[in-house]
Design a protein. Sequence first.
Lengths: 162, 175
Amino acid sequence: METFSDFQCPACKQLYLGTTRQLTDNYISTGKVFAIHRDFPLPGHAYSRIAARYGRAAAQLGKLEQVEQVLFQNQEKWEQTGDVDGTVASALTPTEMNKIRALVNSPGIDAAIEKDVALGRTYGVNQTPTTIIHYKGQTFPVTGVVNYDALHSFLDQLLSTR
Amino acid sequence: MMQSSPLNWRRAVILVGRLALAAVFLFAAYSKIFLPNSLFGPLPMKLAMSVNLQNFVPSVEQYKVVSHGAAVSIAHALPFVELFLGLLLLIGWRIRIWLSAASAMLLGFISLLTWAFLNHMDIKDCGCFASSTPEPLNGWTLLRDGIFLAFALLITFLAFVEARKPHSWTAPANS
């Protein structure tokens, strides 16, 4: 399951807070579903790209979950001030933060984001969040916020056809 | 003596206006119920529709006039009200009632948009028509919806005026 997301998009925040966390507890942690976060920063959002860089850098340190959570939970604050760095710093130790700051502007980070964007375009992604569910060679693209109950019954239906 | 055709200019304007308003309401409903996830694509229809309607919730919520629960209910009901109204306007049954309802609904929308605009609310997607590109609330969206409202009021007025006039084919009362 791949989710193309933009840290500054309100619907992505809604998906994360309302669905992803429950999905993580009930399907991802239990190994039923394998989830991939894909960056798809939209050009209309001033701080999406920089937030995606921080997320990417955090992923390299195994800290994506913490950074994703703090960015979405405080989205309305940092999108006003542009203080992505301070927001991310509030969730990590100073040592971790220094490592992330060193990574954020490296060319590899931008290249990885561009790779996700290009992959999204091959799926026809044009808005966020878009979730692509893969199962037994079938692809199910879901554009927008899918609520947990609806996703839960769909996943159970898919998994029961094993 | 020759009688005028029942399709006079006023009736023609009402007919065209009614169909145009029906198109606006049907498109508004279609874009919220059937897009962006096709109901006939790989996803089960129920899931596709649930996601499409869920996508409309943030648009309702951002006006900050109702609670989250109420926004969810409105987002799930309003597109069907628009669909229902659009179909009734299309078939032309009890036209004055449904034109009045459409005008009242548009008046409600434009009041909300104007209130949000005057309060400098940051409305990223006015929620008028669902599309892949959010449509922010600005002068243009206000003008466009204002034109829809003015048009609906005019058609409603003409429909009431037309109803007061005797039908040109009505036989004169016996004296």
